[in-house]
Design a protein around this ligand. Structure first.
Ligand code: NAD
Ligand code: PRE
Length: 368
């Protein structure tokens, strides 16, 4: 099948979700929000009970769903995908099967080796997640506007691809068809190696003194957010995609080693080479698509200094509404030890000046 984006499909009415952690419960909540019936299973009874309690669906009866569901979504760690698929197919849980594991080629090979039916299986991977695990961290809007890789093989039935594409669309995501090997090399670059680099930076902080930690700003928080993720899940991901991840890490390590030796050199020529790395960083970062696949430069940021008082955010959002400005995104920078913060409001560039003027006229400080 050709790689690329795929057509609009109708929502599956009845699905089974196996693995009610962060991703499984988020998918279940999204489907429930679209009126779908969801049956849930997890080998951990506490995770299952929590997902049911959160309204993600009903527990799958021990005897199965009765009639096979339209779709079973396997939301278990990469190493458990193939055995879970085999078991689900033996129990005839659904007409079509998909998974969400962060690695695609190895689970597909394992499923083939176990003798799974690959005509009804579409390997998948939503490119959305969080640094927290378990159903309590689940959110129905987790996948909105995000890419969701689908890796059908030559054996996959087109109807199975259509059903899984409908799930992806019901979750508000965009299906992107890609070969499993190409997927794994791609996510090594854009997800798996960045995870290890984040962990390596965060690991330096274990020996930091209180003064250094007290000076931590947003930069180190941005770079290390994903280092808070579950190591058990991530070692499984990295092991299953070892060579592509190692290739990227070796290239990053070379850049870092060269930068370190140039900094020690201290000459003007050396500084120019370090600057070149920083410029390449700017260039690489600017290539990451923003919301709905557009470039980051599509948006402008309006910074507002906000006092730490009840109702302040609501009043700012109301002022944006009065000005007729749509808010695309917001972040809050807290000022440690001070009753102040900076709210960064992301808007379309043409709306930035209008919003800034409206907020200033209402007494807020909008620098710039
Ligand atoms: N965390 C992320 O950001 C993210 C994003 C996209 C995809 N993924 C992929 O989604 C999958 C699930 O990740 P998660 O973050 O939801 O993890 P999680 O730990 O929150 O949930 C996994 C759940 O699967 C259950 N489970 C494990 N083995 C099982 C088995 N054999 N049968 C039934 N249940 C089983 C666990 O009890 C747990 O409740 C992984 O394959 C991961 O690679 C994760
Ligand atoms: O944003 C996060 O916290 C993630 O971990 C998300 C992220 C990613 O790297 O983009 C991590 C692994 C998944 O396979 C998919 C998404």
């Amino acid at each position: 099948m050709a790689e690329g984006r795929v057509e609009e499909e109708s929502v599956p009415a009845r699905i089974v979700v196996i693995g009610t952690g962060l991703i499984g419960t988020s998918i279940a909540l999204a489907l429930r929000g679209r009126g779908g019936e969801v049956l849930l299973a997890d080998r951990d009874e506490t995770a299952l009970a929590m997902a049911v309690e959160l309204g993600a669906g009903d527990a799958l009866p021990a005897g199965g769903p009765g009639e096979p569901a339209d779709l079973a979504v396997l939301c278990v760690p990469p190493a458990a995908v193939a055995v879970t698929l085999l078991d689900a197919q033996k129990r005839r849980l659904a007409a079509v099967y998909t998974d969400v594991a962060s690695v695609k080629a190895l689970p597909l090979r394992q499923a083939a080796d176990l003798g799974c039916d690959l005509t009804s299986f579409v390997a998948g991977h939503p490119l959305a997640g969080r640094e927290r695990s378990g159903p309590a961290a689940a959110r129905p809007d987790l996948f909105l506007g995000r890419p969701w890789a689908l890796c059908p093989t030559a054996e996959t039935r087109p109807e199975a691809v259509a059903t899984v594409t409908a799930l992806v669309q019901a979750c508000g995501a965009q299906a992107v068809t890609v070969d499993a090997g190409h997927h794994d090399r791609s996510v090594a670059l854009v997800s798996h190696a960045p995870h290890v680099v984040s962990a390596a930076v965060a690991a330096r902080l274990t020996g930091a003194d209180d003064t250094a930690l007290g000076l931590a700003g947003q930069g180190v928080r941005d770079v290390t957010r994903i280092a808070a993720s579950d190591p058990k899940l991530w070692i499984g991901i990295l092991n299953a995609n070892a060579d592509p991840v190692a290739d990227v890490l070796e290239a990053v390590a070379t850049d870092l080693a060269v930068a370190a030796s140039l900094l020690r050199d201290g000459s003007e020529g050396a500084a120019a080479h370090v600057a070149d790395l920083l410029l390449r960083g700017n260039a690489g970062r600017s290539r990451i698509p923003g919301k709905h696949g557009s470039q980051d430069k599509t948006y402008a940021t309006v910074p507002v200094v906000i006092p730490d008082r009840p109702g302040e955010l609501a009043m700012i959002f109301q002022a944006a509404g009065i000005a007729g400005v749509n808010i695309e995104d917001v972040t809050i920078e807290h000022s440690p030890g001070r009753p102040l913060g900076v709210l960064e409001i992301v808007v379309k560039p043409e709306a930035a000046e209008k919003l800034a003027a409206e907020l200033r006229s209402r007494g807020w400080s909008v620098p710039g």
